[in-house]
Design a protein around this ligand. Sequence first.
Ligand code: FES
Length: 104
Amino acid sequence: MTEEKLCSTDDVEPGTARRFDFGPHRICVVRIGDDWYAIGDRCTHQDVSLSEGEVHPDELEIECWKHGSCFSLVTGEPSSLPATKPTPVYELRVDGRDVFVELP
Ligand code: FES
C-alpha cells in the first residue's frame, strides 16, 4: 500500500463527483459535505465513468448514468441491476486541504 496525494479539497464541490486518473487506477472521488469517498470509476456493467453519474447523498450512492445501477460509496457494491459486481473502494485521508488516497 502506498499513500499518494490525490487532489486538493477545492477540487471537488460538495455533492459532486470527479474522476482522477492515477497510474492504472481510475478513481471516482465523491464529496458529500465534508465527507469524502473514493471508489473505482468504472461501472462494472460496462466501461462507463461513474463520476459522470448522479450522487445520492442520503443513500451514500452514485448512480451509473447509462443503465441506472447504483453503487455504494462505502462498500462499492451495486444495489441495483444490471451491475452485479462491486467496484473497488479506496481509503481517503484529508489533511488540511490535501486529500490523500491509499493505493494497493
Ligand atoms: S453501464 Fe453502468 S449500469 Fe450499465
